[in-house]
Design a protein around this ligand. Structure first.
Ligand code: NAG
Ligand code: NAG
Ligand code: NAG
Ligand code: NAG
Ligand code: NAG
Ligand code: NAG
Length: 353
């Protein structure tokens, strides 16, 4: 039933496009510009195998559990939106104060994604020494998560450095719009980072893979059902989440949950988007035609997604001699050195702290 109605919608929309009815997608962004200090060939001489090491490892990881791809993609999003792509999202807050990991929007970031990055850190260091930043590893892993799930392949600019400070919990909450947000809230929030409506709709396409927790969408089921939600879809969600705080998850893209394709937008056209932040993109006049154009043209979606990802991946990056290259992605070098010294039993350093 869902499939046939989506087919009908797509047919309807196709004829509208042929007649030239929509013009929503912005045409201004054609080639990505690089932030000073980043480069397409940054590790060419000191870690030429970097990208093949990462891809080889992630292929193995995804073969066991393709769900990890979504976790790695989200890790890059969360890192970049809060205080820039500086791997501060990875910092273990226990030693130095609240970290991005501990703030509520991160609840659904999987602990496993952090582990995978630290495994990559070890593999890359073995081959190249400590020359590649954790922030770059996160960016490359997110890219591979997309392409190894069936999405577009693209180059990422490299040369980010790892940050020296934690983001506060408040900064995290302010910079990551909630899944219950409407399109206005999201457009306003992302406009502060120079993203336009096309970028917002394209980046939301990351929800073509991954899962959502009941608590992120039961606002649309209880006490009253969101009228913008397909009834059969809602009834099935109620079975998964009988109460608003049920501890359960469901796929973000009901059509092809583990494939990076444009079906997420077809879901939205059929009122089968999971979060308010998803479905409202099809209800809001500023973004509706963009959703439609991505639903009927996957190539267009891929093109705009890649541009938006490259733009996002350069948000407030540290370059050159700023920041550091962390030896342990979960800890600042000052903290990691202290810990290893303690483990080694070298008592002299303790006075430094
Ligand atoms: C964080 O936000 C809360 C509520 O908005 C506020 O009460 C608190 O003082 C803020 N904390 C910091 C450190 O700014
Ligand atoms: C979007 O959400 C904000 C904050 O909850 C609200 O003030 C605003 O009225 C909403 N806008 C629309 C168009 O629903
Ligand atoms: C939610 O369920 C998962 C898996 O079933 C479990 O590991 C986790 O501890 C549960 N969390 C809470 C808060 O009950
Ligand atoms: C789909 O989008 C691509 C990329 O912008 C474009 O080259 C192509 O012409 C579009 N296809 C159709 C059928 O509109
Ligand atoms: C990395 O740092 C974290 C947080 O301080 C720590 O728990 C972990 O053991 C460290 N890992 C290694 C391999 O040193
Ligand atoms: C993956 C991860 O570290 N998630 C953390 C998110 O935040 C909660 C606390 O709010 C932690 O318990 C999780 O470990």
């Amino acid at each position: 039933m869902g499939l046939s109605s989506s087919f009908v919608s797509v047919l309807l929309i196709s004829s509208m496009v042929v007649l030239g009815f929509y013009t929503g997608v912005s045409e201004t962004q054609s080639t990505p510009t690089l932030v000073k200090g980043l480069s397409w060939t940054f590790y060419k001489s000191n870690c030429p195998k970097l990208e093949s090491i990462v891809k080889k490892h992630l292929k193995k990881v995804f073969k066991k559990d393709i769900g990890q791809a979504a976790g790695l993609l989200r890790l890059h999003f969360h890192d970049c939106f809060v205080q820039g792509c500086d791997a501060s999202v990875l910092l273990d807050g226990s030693s130095s104060g609240p970290s991005e990991q501990a703030a509520p929007p991160n609840l659904s970031l999987r602990a496993k994604a952090f582990e995978i990055i630290n495994d990559l850190r070890a593999l890359v260091d073995e081959q190249c020494g400590q020359v590649v930043s954790c922030a770059d590893l996160v960016a490359i892993a997110a890219r591979d998560a997309v392409s190894l799930s069936g999405g577009p392949e693209y180059d990422v600019p490299l040369g980010r450095r790892d940050g020296l400070s934690f983001a506060t919990e408040n900064a995290t909450i302010e910079n990551l719009p909630a899944p219950t947000s409407n399109t206005s809230v999201i457009l306003t929030s992302l406009a502060t980072k120079k993203f336009d409506a096309t970028d917002v709709v394209a980046l939301s396409g990351g929800h073509t893979i991954g899962i959502g927790h009941c608590s992120s969408f039961t606002n649309r089921l209880y006490p009253t059902q969101d009228s913008n939600m397909d009834k059969t879809f809602a009834n099935n969600l109620k079975k998964t989440c009988p109460a608003s705080d049920t501890n359960a998850t469901t796929d973000l893209d009901i059509r092809t949950p583990n494939v990076f394709d444009n079906k997420y937008y077809v879901d939205l056209m059929n009122r089968q988007g999971l979060f308010t932040s998803d479905q409202d993109l099809y209800m809001d006049s500023r973004t509706k035609s963009i959703v439609t154009s991505f639903a009927i043209n996957e190539t267009l979606f891929y093109e705009k997604f890649v541009l938006a990802m490259i733009k996002m991946g350069q948000l407030s990056v540290l370059t050159g001699t700023q920041g550091e290259i962390r030896s342990n992605c979960s800890a600042l070098n000052s903290v990691a050195t202290f810990l290893s010294t303690v483990v080694d039993g070298d008592g002299d350093l303790s006075t430094e702290f």
